[in-house]
Design a protein around this ligand. Sequence first.
Ligand SMILES: Cc1cc2nc3c(=O)[nH]c(=O)nc-3n(C[C@H](O)[C@H](O)[C@H](O)COP(=O)(O)OP(=O)(O)OC[C@H]3O[C@@H](n4cnc5c(N)ncnc54)[C@H](O)[C@@H]3O)c2cc1C
Length: 383
Amino acid sequence: MTREVRVNAANSESLSALDELVASVLVPLAPRTDAEARFPREMIDAMGKAGLLGLVSAVTVGGRGSGLRQASTVVERIAQVCPSTAMVVCMHFCATAVIEQLGSESTRRAIASGRHLTTLAFSEAESRSHFWAPVSTARVEGEAVVLDARKSWVTSAFEADSYVWSSRPAVAAGASTLWLVDARSPGLTQPARFDGLGLRGNASTPVLAQAVRIRAADRLGEDGKGFDLMMGAVLPWFVVLSASCSLGLMEGALRGAVGHVAGTRHQHLNTSLADLPTIRAYLARARIQADAIRALRDDTVAAIAANRADTMLRVLEVKAAAAEAALEVTDIAMRTCGGAAFRREAGVERLFRDARAASVMAPTSDVLYDFIGKLVTGLPLFG
Ligand SMILES: Cc1cc2nc3c(=O)[nH]c(=O)nc-3n(C[C@H](O)[C@H](O)[C@H](O)COP(=O)(O)OP(=O)(O)OC[C@H]3O[C@@H](n4cnc5c(N)ncnc54)[C@H](O)[C@@H]3O)c2cc1C
């Protein structure tokens, strides 16, 4: 078997395993995940056992060796049913991408085996959505490094096994340094939980670090080079997977809306909602938006893979475009389903609420618009 045939076979095996878990575990779990703001532990454990948490880990450490394209399909399929779970998996793959480059072999093996969930801990209370500018500190004490921080939002906080963590550099110049922090380290506490609007099951809460001691060897990359890693190793993964989450969410909302519209009748007229041209036009606009985002997402993956000249433009575009489209598509889904969508059991309002997160998750849509404006007018993105 050639390498390509082997990879294709492994990819289709991963997707059929995922589809089974979505049907048997995720579909019944999703309403509770939202209603009880409960971490989707059953699905995450099941994905670990099926080898799907090791999807993007290298084959040499026991993973599936898949890339960004396959990861985006996985996140999209999960988001159709449960965006909270999709965001947990999105953050896990993003953090894994860095750990695969710079982490220890034992952590990489643990992730590949499905026993280790990881996530990104970048946003801080002081610099808010400007994730590239941590103000938290790292102090060298002999063989140890001591971290202090007020992380403002961490998906899978106290559910994950580790955090890919940003701080100011310990001694070097530069904007930041990345570390791998064991989530059970003494000194890590949860100051508060949020009663969130959407993505209620992904355990995104603040994390306070007070004199957390880690090993100097837990640094990811060089001191002071965190910014380069955020931009080079994390950003392409995060924007594509966040866009995939928004895309799956749009597909889920459209499926719900189309099903409702086609199956709902005005008996006195002997017509269905689909017989109304206004309703059909709304659905057409939503379909166009979702299909356009799919094309942009796939082109962004292709640009990254080929290191095309327009890669940075695509990277900046894809998350903002998908996040904003998801706001509109879920709005249309609510509108076309009428009062029926106000009933939680219809499932459409959950996706409407979940869709609100992506545009304010860093880099926010507004920040991305500013960056894109700078890029197309030839200005530097930062400074
Ligand atoms: C559900 C959820 C999960 C999250 N998970 C994680 C996680 O796992 N890890 C992590 O590190 N973070 C995470 N975050 C945090 C996220 O990435 C952002 O940092 C956070 O949402 C920003 O909120 P804020 O109130 O601090 O925004 P602010 O920075 O206060 O922004 C407020 C408004 O100002 C706008 N704005 C800010 N700066 C500019 C600018 N330069 N130009 C134009 N407009 C600007 C923003 O677009 C926004 O509309 C999560 C957030 C959410 C909602």
